[in-house]
Ligand binder design. Structure first.
Ligand code: ACO
Ligand code: ZN
Length: 167
């Protein structure tokens, strides 16, 4: 199937995920992250938030993905008040394809889509020990806005990081 390309990075293409990409995305997730999800979870996010579920492919083979939700709730950036927020649930790039801007491309493309859905901020949780991901988020302007103790199953804590999006 011919899919609309959201962004191009050299030989890599970012496009919207579709149902047939999910098995390969699950494989990427298995290889790259300790947080795994049921097939149902991926399909549910895809059907609810198709605009911000993106896949990076090299010659048609998925090597990275980002999946997000759009939520409404307390702002991570304004002292008081509510905001529409894009929540990055999971982002990953296979190890041999890292450091080429794919993670950056996935996050920036998803933020464009979040902004089109009227989100004004983007946030995520990340393991306190995940220097690579934290470095990338900082480079993209994310600030630490909170800390969640024992957020992960193995007891590790998370940083909450957020950035304003749109104009
Ligand atoms: N220390 C600090 N920052 C680092 C390090 C490091 N050791 N390594 C990389 N970075 C940062 C730098 O800012 C770097 O930018 P630069 O190349 O301009 O210096 C940036 O990471 C790399 O950017 P990209 O090439 O755009 O990102 P990449 O395609 O390599 O993907 C990702 C980044 C997704 C975090 C990848 O490393 C990965 O898949 N890691 C394993 C899975 C993971 O941890 N995912 C995030 C979990 S949190 C969540 O999902 C919300
Ligand atoms: Zn595909």
């Amino acid at each position: 199937m011919q899919k609309a390309v959201v962004a191009k990075l050299g030989e890599y293409e970012i496009h919207r995920c579709d149902r047939e990409d999910i098995p390969s995305i699950i494989e990427v997730n298995m290889k790259t992250l300790p947080e795994h999800y049921s097939d149902y979870f991926y399909h549910e996010i895809l059907s609810e938030f198709p605009e911000t579920f993106l896949v990076a492919e090299l010659h048609g083979v998925p090597v990275g993905y980002i999946m997000c939700r759009i939520e409404y709730g307390f702002s991570h950036l304004k002292r008081l008040g509510l905001a529409r927020k894009g929540h990055v649930v999971s982002v990953a790039v296979e190890e041999e394809h890292r450091g080429k801007g794919i993670g950056t491309g996935l996050i920036m493309a998803s933020q464009d889509e979040m902004a089109k859905k009227s989100a004004t901020e983007c946030y995520l949780e990340v393991r306190v020990s995940n220097a690579q991901a934290i470095g990338l988020y900082q480079k993209l302007g994310f600030k630490v806005t909170g800390r969640l103790e024992a957020y992960y199953r193995d007891g590790e804590g998370a940083l909450v990081m957020a950035v304003q999006i749109g104009k």
